[in-house]
Design a protein around this ligand. Sequence first.
Ligand SMILES: Cc1cc2nc3c(=O)[nH]c(=O)nc-3n(C[C@H](O)[C@H](O)[C@H](O)COP(=O)(O)O)c2cc1C
Ligand code: SF4
Ligand code: SF4
Length: 437
Amino acid sequence: MADIRNNFVGIKSPNPFWLASAPPTDKAYNVERAFKAGWGGVVWKTLGEEGPPVVNVNGPRYGAIWGADRRLLGLNNIELITDRPLQINLQEMKMVKKNWPDRAIVASIMVPCEEEAWKAILPLVEETEVDGIELNFGCPHGMSERGMGAAVGQVPEYVAMVVRWCKQYSRMPVITKLTPNVTDVRRPARAAHEAGTDAVSLINTINSITGVDLDTCSPTPSIDGKGTHGGYCGPAVKPIAMNMVAEIARDAETRGLPISAIGGVTTWRDAAEFMMLGAGNVQVCTAVMTYGFKIVEEMISGLGNWMDEKGYATLDDFKGKAVPNVTDWQYLNLNYIAKAQIDQDACIKCGRCHIACEDTSHQAITSMLDGVRHFEVIEEECVACNLCIDVCPVENCITMVPLAAGSMDKRTGKVVSDQYANWTTHPNNPMAKQAAE
Ligand SMILES: Cc1cc2nc3c(=O)[nH]c(=O)nc-3n(C[C@H](O)[C@H](O)[C@H](O)COP(=O)(O)O)c2cc1C
Ligand code: SF4
Ligand code: SF4
């Protein structure tokens, strides 16, 4: 049986599934039940500085996007950091850590961007004997307007400054949680790395408005007729998070920096994908807010079974395996040629592939044969764009079949080459010569 134990910057947990800092990790009551269900670790809901706690709105704080089956695809929130007193959270963290020594507990922190504020809170957290700290540089609403959260995470110099204070005033491993609300996530990641962070975690939530009430003319969630942007998360953000994780994993300056991946993780497969892109573990929020703590059981068994099937004995056996295969567009092989193929037995003749290809792609799918509905790819026209596969409601009904080297591409009339050739050397590229040199 595969060994799924996780060691992330020296923080050990029985599996790589942690709960992200959010409502599921807001109090001992939740965290203890999460641990009972099997979660390997938690990042406690973000702590603020001592004093009067933050105040949340008293109306709806969530908005959502759903699929046609009403399955939640994206969640938006305008919640702030914990609204419970600091001392209560610290006491509970200490108690839970004592009760669950084999699980990871990381304290998420967000205090003003001032040395004294960080210097004051770090020893209080250290005293609880939790395993590490996560710096919340990601909250995009409410706190960022007060100069914290994303307001720090968007300025690499501030990120570096706070990381340095944390390394200076604490012995605990530092995980820097990054905001996706930037043009290039490598810049804050590099700054954190240079300042000595032990790891980065990403992504926090994305600026978003999930809807507008067309009767009241108010963005939703609406508080007394007004709305504001919130933070977007859930399955819809996973592709964005994966790209950002991959960017950091393959960047020359941050390669090898431990990454805790967050964003839309719902199943073991999502976790495996993030880990193949270089993540050391994953954190989960929306999936648990949607389906409850027990989903971790399937994550644990699913990951273990898949690793057994693949012959991976430990997480390190597949961690980062996809990173060398993430490249830039100009290095893709232009001599790789494929054609779509429709399995006539699986086809339910809905016609979606024909409409999509006919109206927006390359007019490469028939709709009729001898007066009967019939959908078949016209190889002479197909550019292998994949759109028909993306819109087909039957899984694996249409597949993309690569043409063997030496065969003829009926669209171009050219023989398929077995040589790798990319844009940097292509004759149509005016820069080709320089790039090749
Ligand atoms: C209601 C809610 C509250 C959140 N609060 C925090 C927080 O206090 N600190 C933090 O670092 N991230 C917070 N997050 C962000 C999550 O930790 C996580 O980064 C994000 O939701 C993406 O993961 P997911 O797609 O699994 O939800 C919150 C998210 C939600 C939905
Ligand atoms: S792959 Fe693209 S071009 Fe080819 S049949 Fe499908 S939609 Fe048309
Ligand atoms: S979309 Fe799929 S199921 Fe529908 S006609 Fe095309 S191949 Fe058949």
